[in-house]
Write a protein that binds this ligand. Structure first.
Ligand code: NAD
Length: 343
């Protein structure tokens, strides 16, 4: 820690959640310094960070978390590691699983090794509820901190392996860690290949909204700013070597109802929804019991899904210069992945 505050190493800070987190943290704790280590893969975008780029207490390091020398250098004099960097898109893990193992497993391991060597006091690992597998659609069950791991996609398996490694470094080597497993995030700076930003940006252009299969699968949606607040409260007040689940909902919603809600908030017709072939091994339902973080740390979501979607739609309407180049650069991927007829 310096006289002026703490030094955080944030990995993957040019991605969706990481960039929201950096802005949130520097707004909340302006005395702290953030080093952002990011390889700038297709998902990393420095345009997410223009508001903080010139701050004296923000430093960007372009580099790969699998690279020992880079990580060791970045880890010097760090008080807290906040680890977001990952390959994060389930569909891509089905077409190319190997990179998921490299970044999510070996990269996490490199960070753990270097954090231990540098005597870092706190390692916070961001994980997903997808490590718990899938719930039955007709079940009232929810994921909790006690749910058995049962990952079903290469992405979820790689995140599960990373979670186990973090805990193993706590047990075996005494590394002080916390883990958050969160549900699906949405909000500003979400890469437009994911369901909600793809739906909003396609709807802005009156293009079809791809919907996997029958659309009756259920997800738990978490507004990204609420997620950042949850991570901050775990880092600030959470019990060490403990896991917290973070979810955003009290009620269930199917993917079909979600798209219908987005279209109604945007005053667009339901006829824009177009079914596409389902994803292999598509998980049926995720539902997160977030009562542990609520009762122990007092965290709860600050917005309903409808309020969060309204903010998100407004953001995508106002930031077309941010998402249009990203969509254009990935046009071939979108066309192959979501084979809907273009009007
Ligand atoms: P993202 O794909 O938007 O961003 C990932 C970032 O990591 C990018 O900036 C990318 O350049 C960087 N990165 C990738 N490989 C790297 C490497 N080898 N070295 C350094 N940087 C690398 O992801 P996101 O949606 O912001 O997710 C962040 C974290 O949250 C991930 O660990 C993900 O598993 C987890 N998570 C995300 C969600 C969600 O809904 N988005 C839900 C649950 C958990």
């Amino acid at each position: 820690m310096t006289d002026t505050g703490r030094t955080l190493l944030v990995t993957g800070g040019a991605g969706f959640i990481g960039s929201n987190f950096i802005q949130f943290w520097l707004d909340t704790f302006p005395q702290d310094t953030i080093r952002n280590l990011d390889a700038l893969t297709y998902a990393g975008n420095l345009a997410n960070l223009t508001d903080v780029a010139d701050l004296p207490n923000y430093v960007f390091i372009e580099g790969n978390i699998c690279d020992a020398a880079t990580v060791e250098r970045a880890m010097q004099d760090v008080d807290i590691v906040v680890h977001f960097a990952a390959e994060s898109h389930v569909d891509r893990s089905i077409t190319n699983p190997a990179i998921f193992l490299e970044t999510n497993v070996l990269g996490t391991h490199q960070l753990l090794q270097s954090a231990l060597a540098a005597n870092v006091g706190h390692f916070h690992h961001i994980s997903t509820d997808e490590v718990f597998g899938s719930l039955e659609l007709d079940s009232q069950a929810q994921f909790s901190e006690d749910t058995k791991y049962d990952p079903r996609s290469p992405y979820a398996a790689s995140k599960a392996a990373a979670d186990h490694l973090v805990r193993a470094y706590g047990e075996t080597f005494g590394l002080q860690y916390t883990i958050t497993n969160c549900s699906n995030n949405y909000g500003p700076y979400h890469f437009p290949e994911k369901l909600i930003p793809l739906a909003i940006t396609n709807a802005i252009d009156d293009q079809p909204l791809p919907l996997y299969g029958h659309g009756l699968f259920v997800r738990d949606w978490l507004y990204v700013e609420d997620h950042c607040r949850a991570i901050a409260s775990v880092i600030e007040q959470g019990e060490k070597n403990t896991t917290y689940l973070v979810g955003g909902m009290d009620e269930e919603i199917t993917n079909l109802d979600l798209l219908t809600l987005i279209l109604s908030l945007m005053d667009k017709p339901d006829s824009l929804i177009k079914q596409v072939a389902d994803r292999p091994g598509h998980d049926h339902k995720y539902s997160v019991d977030w009562s542990h973080i609520n009762t122990t740390l007092g965290w709860s979501p600050s917005v309903t899904l409808e309020e969060g979607l309204q903010k998100t739609i407004r953001w995508y309407q106002d930031h077309q210069d941010w998402w249009r180049p990203l969509k254009e650069a990935q046009a071939e991927y979108f066309a192959k992945q979501y084979q809907v007829d273009r009007k």
